[in-house]
Design a binder for this molecule. Structure first.
Ligand code: ADP
Ligand code: ASP
Ligand code: MG
Length: 429
């Protein structure tokens, strides 16, 4: 059983063994993660290699986690769907085979980056997730890391090598290759940083940090130089893909500091966002909106009067359907199904409807949220939230409110306008 394996580092638990390999020269360890756009072509891989070499020259031990090149993962997924569809039965590709396929994307990047670094005269070695000791549960496509045993990485650092790790993947205790959910290279990086007791984890992408909204959608989004882990985790869990949610969870629990930076802006003093776990209870409670977040491709499930919650949970568990914002009462209930990590939704939908014919599933929706602090301390923030949507003629199909988040499901076509209007009211206003 996974739980019976001796844990080196788990989120929430303290590291079991002090320090990295005693053979290391006492250099600080830096973990750097480069996303798909950062390694999209030969030229960019060369620029990443230069950055990595500079960090090594500055006297650090460097572990680099890479994503698949550009949109490789989307391309492989489309290929799998094409092959599965060619069978004629409208089948979804099996999750296990998807993991075998998708994990190859990151292996291409790791080998190419290692070659580029060696071409610059530095010693480097690449490792897959399983070689790096990333052990996961046995759920395919969105596995969770349960343990990290980075012995081979420590040995290679002790030999003076730069270590390149394929992100987004691990191995289950059944020795199956797993992937960590879309955007999961971030999780690899933070979990490794925790296990190696790295000084910090630097997340490089095409943006110079975290903004008060997705800058591609909200042109007036503000750069956030500093952010609390809890706020970023809430943002990530409801769709802000700048850092993935499981990664922030590892950072919050292990205390690793995250630095979100742009790969393409290497100037000294370039902007960045520093994400830390702040001491709680020291500041007076405030009511403050920090960011607007959206998630495309979510389903609203409505359960009528009489449908039992235990029957619903059993069906969701059997079909691997994850959900959030579930509320249930004597009059019925509702919950939200995010589809990002449901490659087999078509099949799951058919089976769910067969098992629970009265469950209503509404597709074509997006969720929009205001994330911050104290948002339910008074009724005002929620009143304003609903007011902004109503004045724009946007009908919320489902509304949730908690201290860290106000959220609504809206028609997907209204999501961009809703983000801009909520940003103008809550962040700029
Ligand atoms: P990578 O491939 O490097 O992991 P991602 O595409 O996963 O990068 O994440 C970076 C993208 O996240 C940006 O291009 C931006 O459009 C998007 N994004 C969404 N919300 C935010 C936000 N609040 N702040 C910054 N970027 C955001
Ligand atoms: N390549 C994977 C994805 O596209 C993982 C990642 O980029 O972090 O989701
Ligand atoms: Mg990402």
């Amino acid at each position: 059983m996974a739980e019976e394996l001796s844990n080196r580092v788990q989120p929430g638990g303290s590291p079991c063994e002090p320090g990295a390999s005693p053979a290391r020269a006492g250099r600080p360890i830096i973990v750097q993660k480069y996303g798909g756009s950062s390694v999209a072509d030969v030229d960019r891989i060369g620029k990443v290699a230069d950055r990595v070499v500079a960090a090594r020259r500055a006297g650090n031990d460097v572990v680099v986690v890479v994503s698949a090149m550009g949109k490789t993962t989307d391309g492989l997924l489309a290929l799998a769907r094409q092959v599965a569809g060619a069978g004629g039965a409208g089948a979804d590709p099996p999750r296990r085979e998807l993991d075998m396929l998708l994990s190859t994307g990151e292996r291409v990047s790791m080998a190419l980056l290692s070659i580029a670094i060696q071409a610059r005269g530095f010693e480097a070695i690449s490792f897959t997730g399983s070689q790096s000791g990333i052990l996961t549960n046995d759920r395919h496509f969105d596995a969770r890391i349960i343990e990290v045993r980075p012995f081979r990485i420590e040995d290679e650092l002790a030999r003076g090598r730069i270590v390149i790790v394929a992100g987004y993947q691990g191995m289950s205790y059944r020795r199956e290759i797993t992937t960590l959910g879309r955007g999961g290279s971030d999780t690899t990086a933070v979990a490794l940083a925790a296990a190696l007791r790295a000084e910090r984890c630097e997340i490089y992408s095409d943006v110079d940090g975290v903004y008060s909204a997705d800058p591609r959608v909200v042109p007036d989004a503000r750069h956030l130089p500093e952010l609390d882990c809890a706020v970023l985790q809430e943002m990530a869990e409801c769709g802000a893909k700048v850092v993935c949610a499981q990664a922030v969870e590892w950072a919050r629990r292990s205390g690793v500091a995250l630095y979100a930076r742009s790969t393409f802006d290497a100037a000294p003093g370039a902007r960045e966002t520093v994400v830390r776990r702040f001491a709680s209870g020291t500041a007076p409670p405030t009511i403050a909106a920090r960011a607007i977040v959206a998630e495309a491709n979510v389903v609203l499930a409505r359960a009528p009067l009489g449908l039992r919650l235990d029957a619903l949970l059993r069906a969701a568990g059997e079909l691997g359907v994850s959900f959030r914002d579930l509320s249930f009462g004597p009059g019925g209930g509702a919950f939200v199904v995010p589809l990002l990590n449901m490659p087999d939704w078509q099949g799951a939908r058919r089976q769910l409807t067969a098992l629970l014919p009265s469950l209503e599933l509404v597709e074509g929706l997006a969720s929009v949220s205001v994330v911050g602090d104290g948002l339910t301390a008074t009724a005002d923030p929620l009143t304003r939230f609903l007011d902004v949507l109503e004045r724009a003629g946007i009908v919320p199909r489902f509304t949730v409110a908690g201290p860290l988040r106000l959220g609504a499901l809206v028609d997907a076509a209204d999501a961009a306008a809703a983000q801009r209007l909520l940003h103008a009211s809550f962040v700029e206003g």
